[in-house]
Structures are given as C-alpha cells and as structure tokens.
Design a protein around this ligand. Structure first.
Ligand SMILES: [Zn+2]
Length: 350
C-alpha cells in the first residue's frame, strides 16, 4: 500500500473491503479524495430471465461484437440499437438476425441546423429502411454548439409540430433525450442566459407530451429526473401523460441519484414499473471490455441487489472530486424486474 492508500483505508475502512484496488487518489482542499477505483464485487444476479436493453448505440461497426457479447454475459437477448453514421442497418441485421430493433438518429445538426424539410421525409421512409424508432437529442449543449447556426426553438415550439405529426402518422415511437443531470446545470450549464434552466427544459418536455398525445415517448435517462427530489414531478408526469415512458440509460446517473435514497426509489420504481424500460446507454465504440461490463454489472446490482456503499466500478466524472459514486441496491421484486427488463420493451417496441 502506498501512503495515500493507507490514509484512504483509514478514512473509508468499511468501503475498502469491497474495493480490490484503488487506482488513483489525490489531495483536494486538504482532504484525500478517491478519484478512481477498480472493484471486484461478488454479485450473483437474482433475475434469470431475458433482458431487453432498450437504449444502446453503435458508433463503430467493428465494436458491435463486443457490445453483443458482453451484453449476453449479463442476460441481454435483445437491444434497441441507435445507429450513428451512414452505414445503415444491413450489416447488423445480417450478423445478428432478430437481435436488434433499430433507431434512426436525428442529430441536433439535422433538426436545428438543416431544418425539418430534411427530417420529416426521412420519418416517412424509416420503416422501409428497417428502422422502428426515432432517436432525437434535445440536450442543452446544442445551444452552445449551434449558436452560430440559429437560435434553437424549444421542444414544445410549433416549429417541431410537423416532425411529431409525422411520427404519429407512421406510428413510430420516439426515444428522446431532454435535459441533463442536475450536476451539469451546476457546472457546464451554469450560464443560464445561454442554456436555460432544467425546470424550463422539463416544462418544454411536458408541453410536448401534452401536444403530441398520439406519439409514444421513451424519454431517456429516467426522463432526466432520477434525482430523488424530482421523482414527485416525474410521478405527476406519469399520472397525466399515458404516452410517457422512461428508460434507465446511464448507469452512473441512475446509481448516483436513485441510490441516494434506495427506499424511496424502490417504491417509485415499483409503483411505475409499467413505464420504465431497462437501458444501458452503452456505446459500441470502444474495445475496452470493462467499459461494457461496468455499466451492465452496476445497473443490475442497482435493480436486483440490496448492497450498500459498493463503489461504482468505473469513474463517475461528476463525483470524482467529492468522494465517488456508490451503489445502493433497490432490491426490486421479481415481477417488477420482469417488466423493467423485458415485458415493457416488448409491449412498446415489438
Ligand atoms: Zn444514449
């Protein structure tokens, strides 16, 4: 053990038992801060059924095999795959017949830069091309990236009506990313004049749900509201908008926020278990096995286990300076797991 590890061991005695290796530690404002862990945790999954990963991406074709193989190690039998770039879906379908349903990616450049004249016809040809879901990305950072192009209208603005009307006509569900973690608004989006506020962005989502009742929404990342203080608002949205569903993409965001109060989170997920789809948000663009394993393993621990204070097996950039992110399991019932992992995605996407 190095000196830094010894100090750390004293401070986090209980937690260290679960960590096999402290990769990096540093001193910040006079206290020692863990910045990177590798953990080896004895996790035996409780759920033995099939898993549908309703949120995954492919960026580099060459890494699709790794995403599939590691997914299978963790029970994934089907995935919703968001396809980036111009390669189309043929090679994935040939290689893995019936393994994927495909989402077409409408980037901010297309929606906000080129305008809807390009995007709307693409919705009408999606089914022919083999896509079943439209993926759109309304993260606040587009305000920054596209400020020279034009001001981005809010999600609920009339300008986007033709896009959502086309989705309704074609009966195509939308997987939409709106807003971002609270932690981003405290750091990278702290200039409200450029980015707006999180509450504004969630309000725009609500008005879009209201305006487009005939489109099925899968709002990524727990509707951007896994923060425990936001669950009440998310419950209200579920109660008022039957077209709303969410996925659990981003293991670190879910683990960090829902794990803060596992009892409250457990009650919430149980109550709305028809509306929540398991998703890893894994992106096939890396040949690092631990990247995929870390996401699948930590999410499954979050949903299935009752562990406490287990270090997340990869770095969470949002807590790297404040002591790290720890897994606190929700220990969901088997029937809830079955819906979250499999049945809900089948109902919505198959
Ligand atoms: Zn994603």
């Amino acid at each position: 053990m190095t000196d830094a590890e010894k100090v750390f061991a004293c401070k986090y005695e209980g937690r260290l038992a679960l960590a096999t290796r402290l990769v990096r530690a540093r001193v910040s404002k006079g206290t020692l801060v863990c910045s990177s862990w590798v953990t080896e945790v004895d996790f035996r999954p409780r759920y033995n059924g099939p898993i549908f990963d309703a949120h995954s991406h492919v960026v580099d074709e060459e890494h699709i095999d790794l995403l599939v193989r590691i997914g299978e190690d963790y029970g994934v039998e089907k995935s919703l795959l968001i396809v980036h770039g111009d390669v189309g879906i043929e090679s994935y379908e040939e290689r893995y017949p019936d393994r994927f349903i495909f989402a077409k990616y409408f980037s901010g450049w297309m929606l906000f830069g080129e305008g809807l004249d390009e995007a709307v016809p693409e919705i009408h040809s999606m089914r022919e091309e083999g896509y079943q879901v439209a993926k759109v990305h309304f993260a606040p950072f587009w305000s920054d990236r596209l400020s020279e192009v034009k001001n981005i209208p809010p999600l609920d603005s009339k300008e986007f009506n033709p896009f959502f009307e086309a989705l309704a006509d074609e009966e195509i569900p939308v997987l939409i990313h709106v807003s971002d973690p609270d932690t981003y608004y405290e750091s990278r989006y702290d200039n409200e004049a450029v980015y707006g506020t999180k509450d504004e962005h969630l309000m725009e989502l609500e008005r879009r749900l209201e305006r487009t009742p005939d489109v099925t929404f899968q709002v990524a990342h727990f509707g951007a509201q896994p923060e425990v203080h936001r669950l009440e608002n998310l419950a209200r949205l579920f109660d008022n908008y039957p077209n709303l569903n969410v996925d659990t993409g981003s293991a670190r965001w879910m683990v960090r926020e829902l794990g803060r109060d596992p009892e409250t989170a457990r009650r919430f997920v149980t109550r709305y278990s028809e509306r929540i789809l398991f998703g890893s948000d894994c992106v096939a663009r890396s040949n690092d096995i631990s990247y995929y394993e870390g996401r699948y393993k930590s999410e499954r621990m979050l949903w299935e286990s009752d562990v406490r204070d287990v270090p997340l097996p990869f770095v969470d950039a949002d807590t790297v300076d404040s002591g790290g992110t720890f897994i606190n399991g929700l220990n969901l019932d088997d029937e809830v797991l079955e819906k979250l992992y499999w049945k809900n995605a089948l109902r919505i996407h198959m």
